[in-house]
Each structure stands twice: as structure tokens, then as C-alpha cells.
Design a binder for this molecule. Structure first.
Ligand code: NI
Length: 176
């Protein structure tokens, strides 16, 4: 188990260009496991590689089934390597948060349903349709691969206010 440190906004690593994964080897599997470990540790439902400082086109997601008390009944772990959205349908409002933007929840607009192409961890090409929270999560994580955050959809004034608050948050919470 290797929980990696989450990169917190504002940070250039969240804006850096990412490269496609080209080798489906043990190193990739270890990185994926670290991403799952980190996502579960910090109680996220999705994590993109740039959020642990790795500029690769790689995402992990787990929209688990839970009971009324929020206990996990069944996990649905997913690994998306080099994902590309090939179709967008409809529009929904979604209230989002992000492990890289702590203590911040804002409403943004997303496609309601998507068709997404990606590779699994063994390098096999997959085509999937997604809707609901899974589709929203996939769009949010894909944005990370292009250096975008959900707060980029907000106005400049609002984003700057969040930025100021998080600079303060980092000073208080993170060791340098
Ligand atoms: Ni995020």
C-alpha cells in the first residue's frame, strides 16, 4: 500500500501537459495501485494521475454501492488509460468537489451521457457508455488530464476567492 501525497490547487503540476501511456507493464500496475490506495485513503470517487504529480493520461474511478449509512456494499473499481470521450449527450447540473480542491463544492454543467474509449491496464481497448454519477466523474477526471479543474467553469472572481482560501489552507495544513 502506497498512499501518495495529493497535489493541491494552486499548483503547476495540475496544469501541466500530460503524455499518453505507451507501456502496459508492471510499473503501470504499481502506479494504478498507488492511485487506488490514495483515492480510497482520501475518500475520493475518482483520481487522475496529475493529482499525484504524474503527468500521464491515466484515471482511476470507483463509484461504490453503499448502504444508507454510507458503508460500501460493493466496489466498482475502474482504470481508464488514455481515455477519449467520443460522444456527449444531454446536459446535467452536477455539484462537484475534488481532492485537489479541498473543502470546495460547486455546481457545474456536464454532459448527461457519454461514450468513452480507453485502454484497460492490460492494454486492451474498451468502449463504454456511461451515465449518472459515473459519467460525471469520468468527465471531471478527464478534465484533469488536460490541466482543467471543475472550478475553471466558475467566474474569475469566484475562482480567485477559492484560490486565496486554498493558499491559506496549504500554509496551515501542509508541510513543506
Ligand atoms: Ni478532481
Amino acid at each position: 500500500m502506497a498512499v501518495r501525497e495529493i497535489v493541491i490547487f494552486p499548483d503547476d503540476r495540475l496544469r501541466a501537459p500530460t503524455t499518453e501511456v505507451t507501456e502496459f507493464n508492471d510499473e503501470l500496475k504499481t502506479l494504478v495501485q498507488d492511485m487506488f490506495d490514495s483515492m480510497y485513503f482520501y475518500e475520493g470517487i475518482g483520481l487522475a494521475a496529475p493529482q499525484i504529480g504524474v503527468s500521464k493520461r491515466l484515471i482511476v474511478i470507483d463509484i461504490a454501492d453503499t448502504d444508507d449509512e454510507g458503508n460500501v456494499i460493493e466496489h466498482h473499481p475502474k482504470v481508464l488509460v488514455n481515455p477519449v470521450i467520443v460522444e456527449n449527450v444531454g446536459e446535467v447540473e452536477s455539484q462537484e468537489g475534488c481532492l485537489s480542491v479541498p473543502e470546495t463544492y460547486e455546481v457545474v454543467h456536464r454532459a448527461e451521457r457519454i461514450k468513452i474509449k480507453f485502454y484497460d491496464v492490460d492494454g486492451h481497448e474498451q468502449l463504454e457508455e456511461a451515465e449518472g454519477l459515473l459519467a460525471i466523474c469520468m468527465q471531471h477526471e478527464l478534465d484533469h488530464l488536460d490541466g482543467h479543474l471543475f472550478i475553471d467553469y466558475l467566474g474569475t472572481f469566484q475562482r480567485n476567492r477559492i484560490k486565496k482560501r486554498l493558499i491559506k489552507f496549504k500554509k496551515e495544513h501542509l508541510k513543506h
